[in-house]
Design a binder for this molecule. Structure first.
Ligand SMILES: [Zn+2]
Length: 282
């Protein structure tokens, strides 16, 4: 197969670490099978919390997180990483929402145009992004969801963004989602080891969890769980020594992270659709 014949997968997220936490196993799975795997990250996560003040300061967090992202991408086998250069908008209701360069304030045509250019250049068959809730409502996750849905449609439209390359039609758009089943299994695993699982109560109150029958594809990524774990651990400023998984044996942590779930967004799936693979039938 020539470079261009290899099927392409493009993941579009908001912050460094989104890729590892949501689809790290899936990206590694396809990279190891020779697919072209690309990643777009809209911001450098400048205003995230810092797990250990020795690792970064608010002044250099973006720079450090870009480095963490590139290390994670290497671990996962992602060939092509593009940062769009917007600023992290911060959590909803914070002053960072007002920053002129914040992703949540970016004109839609600027972000969509950039994404259309990347899709037309990299020619993926499958595109992945957040669901409409962004998983838990982070303004940047919600913003990149909307822009990616728009770019998915616009990339194939020859009348739009005419200076951004030749039209290209990706076959499928998926949303990465968390399921109630995954969530409950994770809590049960923590409790089995007597670990403090109280953070999960906070997550549960904000997370948009799907029923298993709302999901079109569940990926068992246990064969590449090591890569996902190493990618998560590349994000040291976010996934610090006291992360929730540090309270259980490492093999248990990897097992807890070994399923990734997807909803097919485009084309609109027929009722009862179940896929074995992101590329199933393409
Ligand atoms: Zn994020």
């Amino acid at each position: 197969m020539s470079q261009q014949d290899r099927p392409g997968l493009l993941a579009v997220f908001a912050h460094p670490d989104d890729e590892a936490a949501t689809t790290g196993g899936t990206l590694a799975h396809y990279a190891r099978r020779g697919f072209r795997v690309g990643l777009v990250c809209a911001t450098r996560g400048e205003v995230g919390e810092i797990s250990d003040q020795a690792l970064a300061s608010p002044a250099n967090l973006g720079e450090i997180r870009e480095r963490e992202l590139r290390a994670a991408a290497t671990v996962l086998g992602v060939e092509d990483v593009t940062l769009l250069g917007y600023r992290d908008s911060g959590m909803a209701g914070t002053d960072d929402n007002q920053h002129p360069n914040a992703l949540c304030n970016a004109p839609a045509d600027d972000v969509v145009g950039a994404l259309v250019g990347i899709i037309r250049r990299s020619k993926p068959s499958v595109v992945i992004t957040f669901d409409p809730s962004g998983g838990y409502g982070h303004p940047d996750h919600v913003a990149i969801h909307h822009h990616t849905v728009e770019a998915f449609a616009a990339a194939s439209d020859a009348s739009r963004f005419t200076d951004r390359g030749e039209p290209w039609s990706p076959s499928r758009l998926f949303y990465t989602v968390f399921t109630k089943g995954m969530f409950l299994a994770m809590r049960e695993r923590l409790q089995r080891f007597g670990a403090d699982a109280s953070e999960m109560d906070q997550w549960e109150s904000v997370a948009n969890l799907y029923d298993d029958d709302e999901v079109h594809l569940g990926m068992d990524i246990s064969a590449v769980a090591d890569a996902k774990w190493d990618a998560l651990n590349s994000h040291r400023t976010q996934f610090g020594d006291n992360n929730i998984f540090s309270r259980i044996p490492v093999e248990e942590a990897k097992a807890a992270l070994s399923r990734e779930s997807f909803v097919l967004a485009r084309p609109t799936p027929a009722p009862g659709t179940r896929l074995a693979d992101l590329f199933d039938g393409i």
